[in-house]
Design a protein around this ligand. Structure first.
Ligand code: GCU
Length: 337
């Protein structure tokens, strides 16, 4: 009796001390034994907005579950390229990830609707769609994919870049080998422009450009800068041919292990981390653009007339990929007016 009571008092004090220490360390309840230790895959560098969003998410979840859920962020693509990460999520080999919609749409085809070429007039238009009923409906249409979407992340607009020449007309891109994400829609889009699509993982693009396996690629300012692709492909063409939203996801099998209380906390923290990511995104876009201009890259912008030609060339994608979603496309377009 007495010994047991003493033991219990001793353990309680110990626990109180440990909790106090955790508090002093800025909210990360290190010393609490977590009930769940979960992995999070991110393919960008440590200082990239989406990675910072992931850390924010992990920190918030840890705080609000009093240390019971620990999320370990693996940045820099260490858990695999995006396609492989999506597959790992499907069977629970990875618990969380932030991925681009392009490769994700290979598994949930309807998502292509949200990343059609020249669909949005600008970021405000895209966010009105994603944050409104349309975005919610897409979130609810993952069916039996074994993937649960949590929140939308920003990835700006994508532009072409290459190591050969400035692209000023449709003729300039013709025949170029352009790396694309592992996405049928992107493969077809590049073909429609008269160039040769080369699907390739993000992490392989630098060496692809360096060795001349590809002439160019396409991405937003922060990616072009963060990956240092601008060092080996210095012609950047502002044409904003697409805005590809991104999603934070959780594996269905992980989700099913969590109590409704934990699920709510995770949803809420994912949303908050997304707000944070969007703020960082806007800042980083400007910083990256400045850095690239200062590095002496040749930045060109398509004239309105040429842009219309690009748009025309890729317009068959709408019939190919959105025939079943004409109403949604109309609603999205209407939201931009
Ligand atoms: C963006 C996106 C990545 C993606 C990459 C790509 O940088 O944020 O998630 O992998 O594009 O072109 O593959």
């Amino acid at each position: 009796g007495a010994v047991k009571t003493k033991m219990a008092v001793f353990l309680l004090c110990g626990a109180a001390l440990l909790t106090a220490c955790a508090g002093a360390r800025g909210g990360k309840a290190d010393s609490v034994v977590p009930e769940f230790v979960l992995t999070y895959a991110e393919n960008q560098a440590e200082d990239y907005p989406t990675t910072q969003g992931a850390y924010k998410f992990a920190e918030l979840v840890n705080q609000r579950t009093n240390g019971k859920i620990e999320i370990q962020v693996n940045a820099g693509g260490t858990l695999g390229d995006e396609r492989s990460v999506i597959e790992q999520l499907m069977f629970g080999g990875v618990d969380f990830a932030r991925v681009s919609l392009s490769p994700l749409a290979e598994f949930v085809p309807k998502l292509n609707v949200l990343q059609m070429p020249y669909l949005y007039t600008g970021p405000e238009h895209m966010w009105r769609v994603l944050e409104g009923k349309i975005g919610d409906d897409f979130m609810n249409s993952f069916g039996d994919s074994n993937l649960i979407p949590l929140s939308w992340y920003d990835a700006g607009a994508r532009n072409f870049y290459n190591s050969v020449r400035p692209i000023e007309t449709l003729e300039d891109i013709r025949g170029m080998n352009i790396r694309v994400q592992e996405s049928e829609l992107m493969v077809d889009t590049i073909k429609a422009l008269g160039a040769n699509p080369v699907p390739m993982a993000y992490g392989d693009v630098y060496s692809g450009l360096q060795t001349g396996k590809i002439d160019g690629a396409e991405n937003n300012w922060p990616s072009y800068e963060s990956t240092r692709h601008y060092e080996v492909a210095g012609y950047y063409t502002i044409d904003e041919h697409t805005r590809v939203p991104e999603l934070q996801l959780v594996a269905q099998s992980t989700w099913d292990k969590l109590s409704p209380e934990y699920q709510n906390i995770i949803r809420e923290c994912a949303q908050e981390s997304a707000v944070y990511e969007r703020k960082l995104w806007q800042e980083r876009e400007k910083i990256s653009e400045k850095k690239i201009r200062e590095a002496g890259c040749v930045i060109t912008e398509l004239s309105a007339e040429e842009k219309a030609r690009f748009q025309d060339a890729v317009s068959p994608m709408y019939e190919l990929y959105c025939a079943d979603y004409v109403d949604i496309i109309d609603q999205i377009v209407a939201a931009g007016k």
